[in-house]
Design a protein. Structure first.
Length: 617
């Protein structure tokens, strides 16, 4: 893959500068002089806002395609000029777009959609020409990995009250991709976090000594901010500086992917400055510009056909309004902050991101980058050319953007793992994932907190009417937390009320026999009386990180609501003792008598402390 450099020279404003192209056997210069009265110039600086203002709702999709095509042709002719054909002739190529470090105002050009420039009637982005936006002359070379596995941390944050996203589909797609890579002998490790992705939880995972090569962040965003969650599942606005501070605790981060709307976009104030529009303090953000939601204002509702990866109206507020000081705009986008603080490669989104496009892009990118071993720019070019025409609006070709000098040469090829993939947690009896699982963010966040090693809770009861989603919640917890346990045992109590409760206990004892330090003569049956068996299992959970799920336990109750076999009462009471590293989840329609895990949660119903929904001690 050839590497070219496109330097910004003699910058006098977003309408006047010069390009200098250098590379192997290539050298050219082009003076850019743009007519600020042209509508294409306005669109060049604020394309998403221009589309929103000029595409009527009744023909939005068709008009968006027309606008993007017209602006792409204009960028190719006026902005790149004779440079464009030279870039295409070098394909496959990575183009370092270099702005001078001593001209802060020139950084505005890092955030314009050069990828949309048409050469021979098509955008450069889908013709294997990949720009990498960087400040200064820094050059990087491919890094040696020294046999280390590629470690991936994927965060999926969807706070309560925010617009629904299909993050679960993205999580399962990436989990399947990296599991397939591990089974084929590649040393890849994935940690996926969803539900209760708070700053504290993220900080603890980032600080793990193994470090993280890739950090993938998926969720809601706006220019300058991302949304994480509080411990209760509510939105937590994380500024670019705060996110960079969190990620700075991780070792060896090579790539941060921000699969969130506007994570590579300017704020509305910065758009206004570039367009020469005053930015009076307190002025409504949307009154002049329809660009990325303002960090200091309210995120706007995307138009029909846009993605939901920007927050709902009223969901994000940030810095106080500032007047126009007349100085160069402070480009405070998330991507720029991460590059400046971490020195890593960043893949961020300029425009709204549709779920289908985000999932397909992430899967295609990581398959090429990690499984096929391609350099990052080539991996993105391949994923984009495959994904943009099928899964996204017309803006898709220019939505993903690479930032940082490291992005031009980054490779993350995992070594072969002759011993096979790392041992996964042992699981027994776990049912398949349900096809759909939506909502329940506060409930899942609280349950996630209870499963944490330091929660002090022995487990939780999931209680609700038939069809409320008790089993689905428990299964989703197993999927997202199995990595934190050495063993997961799932036992489904038979539905029939007339089932022999003693026989069911014998089946359960056989299922957990491998956990118990029993003599050969006792394995596979209840150990002595019920009290002895209960004590042995409770002792196991007090010493080992085991997740035990008892699904539909109220089938073991009689018509009077009492246990039909008293040994079950002894077992549940023993599992409700002082918490060790193990955890127990019970699902039921009617809460069984006895102690039980101290936290009762009702799927589909708001938690209320007077209903016993508070976390246990």
């Amino acid at each position: 893959m050839r590497e070219l450099r496109l330097h910004v020279r003699d910058f006098a404003g977003p309408d006047r500068w010069s390009w200098e192209l250098t590379g192997p056997d290539v050298r050219a210069r082009h003076d850019v002089r743009l007519d600020v009265s042209r509508p294409e110039y306005e669109a060049f600086l604020d394309l998403a806002g221009f589309v929103r203002r000029h595409a009527p709702p009744d023909r939005r999709v068709a008009r968006e395609r027309e606008i993007v095509r017209e602006v792409g042709a204009w960028i190719g002719a006026e902005v790149l000029g004779p440079i464009g054909p030279l870039l295409l002739a070098a394909a496959p190529a990575v183009v370092r777009v270099v702005v001078p470090a001593d001209v802060p105002a020139a950084r505005r050009l890092l955030f314009v959609p050069l990828e949309l420039a048409h050469v021979r009637g098509r955008p450069l982005a889908v013709q294997d020409v990949t720009p990498v936006m960087q400040v200064g002359q820094e050059t990087t070379t491919a890094e040696e990995r020294s046999g280390r596995p590629v470690r991936v941390l994927a965060l999926f944050s969807l706070p309560q009250g925010s617009r629904a996203l299909n993050l679960r589909r993205e999580r399962t797609a990436l989990t399947g991709l990296f599991a397939e890579a591990a089974r084929s002998g590649r040393a890849v490790e994935l940690r996926a976090l969803q539900y209760g992705v708070s700053r504290e939880r993220l900080r603890a995972v980032l600080a793990e000594p193994g470090g993280w090569d890739i950090v993938h962040v998926s969720g809601h965003g706006t220019a300058g901010e991302l949304l994480l969650e509080t411990d209760t599942g509510r939105p937590d606005r994380v500024t670019a500086a705060d996110l960079a501070g969190l990620l700075a605790t991780a070792r060896r981060v090579g790539l941060v992917t921000l699969s969130a709307c506007w994570s590579a976009a300017l704020t509305v104030r910065e758009q206004r400055r570039a367009l020469g529009i005053p930015t009076a303090s307190g002025e409504a953000a949307e009154s002049h510009s329809g660009g990325a939601p303002d960090v200091g204002g309210v995120a706007g509702e995307p138009a029909e056909g846009d993605s939901g990866r920007a927050p709902d109206a009223g969901g994000v507020a940030g810095e106080p309004a500032e007047g126009d000081s007349g100085r160069a705009p402070d480009v405070g986008v998330v991507a720029g902050e991460l590059v400046a603080r971490l020195g890593c490669a960043v893949l961020a989104m300029r425009y709204p991101v549709a779920d289908e496009f985000a999932v397909a892009l992430a899967e295609g990118l990581y398959r090429r980058l990690v499984v096929d071993g391609l350099p990052l720019p080539r991996a993105l070019a391949g994923a984009l050319s495959e994904t943009a025409p099928q899964h996204g609006p017309a803006l898709s070709a220019a939505t993903p953007a690479l930032f940082g000098a490291r992005a031009a040469a980054l490779r993350l090829t995992p070594p072969r793992h002759p011993a096979g993939p790392p041992a996964a947690p042992h699981t027994s009896g776990v049912p398949p994932l349900p096809d759909r699982f939506v909502g329940r963010v506060p409930l899942m966040a609280r349950l996630s907190a209870l499963l944490a090693p330091g929660s002090g809770a022995c487990g939780a009861v999931l209680q609700g009417m038939p069809g409320a989603g008790k089993t689905a919640c428990a299964r989703e917890l197993v999927e997202t937390h199995a990595h934190a346990f050495e063993t997961v045992v799932w036992f489904k109590v038979p539905e029939r009320r007339e089932s022999d409760a003693g026989g069911v206990l014998a089946e359960f004892a056989a299922g957990v026999a491998g956990l118990l330090e029993a003599s050969p003569g006792q394995a596979g049956r209840p150990l002595g009386d019920g009290e002895e068996f209960a004590a042995a299992l409770a002792s196991c959970l007090a010493r080992r990180r085991v997740l035990l799920v008892l699904d539909h336990v109220d089938a073991l109750l009689g018509p009077d609501g009492r246990w039909r076999d008293p040994r079950w009462a002894q077992l549940v009471e023993a599992l409700s003792g002082p918490a060790g590293p193990g955890r127990t989840l019970l699902t039921c329609r009617v809460r069984p008598p006895g102690a039980g895990p101290p936290a009762a949660h009702r799927p589909g119903r708001p938690a209320h402390p007077r209903r016993g929904a508070a976390a246990g001690p």
